[in-house]
Design a protein. Structure first.
Length: 301
């Protein structure tokens, strides 16, 4: 059984590396969307393997909401320094200051949705014709509709009803002026696959993924990290609990899991037993049943 698991992971690895190399072959100015989450870290690890011993031949792109976990930013900077890779950071705060977006107000305010404009502006600024991302089809129903090569029009929008066939892993990267592609090399991976691969490859991760004590509060059934910029309801109280992240994003929408998992092996056991989906704790997905698909159509990740 152990050999079958390793073979399965190596097949996924091979498929992903093939897709990454196709990007390098078909596009002139690709970038890799880097969030500091486990999926983008695994994607970066695969990209390094794809071009080893040379460096990854394209930059990372991180959209910083200004409300990210500091641990994520520290891990990003440390990883770039260790690997010699380059990372372009663009700030949602700059988009707010320039009048490109309007910051939300109120208890449920979040900058997560504002990332779309900052991302599209960064793609236009650097003339990127392809952005690789760590999205997986098992995460959410809207992502399940996505191809490996996801065409975006001149406005950065995605049309789920007009996608190109990908028979026999033949990818069509043809585009018109102003259009670009999002490419998702780990589309066929599951959350458990990702964690087993992290264990097999001994990939370093931010400490947020492991159990730690943090000030948290509960909102609509979701544990969220407390931060000074978060407005609490009268009924909400801050307490210290042992928690960890299953997925990492903006602090305002990153749900936390009550956990005792301190190692990758512990996390694998925990995930194998859980019945809650990975994005079941993402507070931004609860805005509507089609929240993710609506954001993707507008140009979101």
């Amino acid at each position: 059984m152990e050999e079958l698991k390793v073979n399965h992971l190596r097949e996924l690895e091979s498929e992903s590396i093939f897709v990454i190399r196709e990007v390098a072959a078909q596009f002139e100015r690709p970038t890799l969307l880097f969030s500091g989450g486990k999926d983008s870290i695994v994607l970066f690890h695969l990209a390094r393997k794809a071009f080893w011993p040379a460096k990854v031949p394209f930059p990372m792109l991180h959209i910083d909401t200004g409300h990210n976990f500091q641990e994520t930013l520290d891990f990003r900077d440390d990883l770039m320094e260790k690997t010699g890779a380059s990372c372009i950071a663009r700030l949602v705060q700059d988009s707010i200051n320039n009048g490109r977006v309007v910051e939300e107000k109120g208890v449920n305010a979040s900058r997560n949705v504002l990332q779309t404009v900052t991302l599209l502006d960064a793609i236009e600024e650097h003339k990127f014709d392809c952005a690789l991302g760590g999205g997986r089809r098992d995460e959410e129903k809207a992502r399940a509709k996505e191809r490996f090569f996801s065409h975006r029009d001149e406005f950065g929008q995605w049309d789920p009803k007009n996608q190109r066939p990908e028979l026999w892993n033949i990818f069509n990267g043809r585009k018109l002026m102003g259009e670009h592609f999002r490419v998702f090399p780990i589309s066929n991976w599951t959350e458990l696959d990702v964690w087993q691969y992290i264990f097999m490859e001994s990939i370093e991760l931010p400490c947020l993924y492991f159990t730690h004590k943090r000030k948290v509060f509960k909102r609509d059934g979701v544990w969220l990290a407390w931060a000074p910029f978060i407005q609490l309801r009268d009924s909400e109280k801050v307490e210290v609990r042992d928690v960890r992240c299953r997925t990492i994003g903006d602090i305002t929408c990153t749900g936390l899991t009550l956990s005792t998992a301190n190692t990758v092996e512990d996390i694998i056991v925990e995930i194998a037993a859980t019945r809650v989906t990975e994005r079941g704790g993402r507070y931004d997905d609860k805005r509507s049943d089609a929240a993710m698909e609506d954001r993707k159509k507008e140009g979101y990740f």
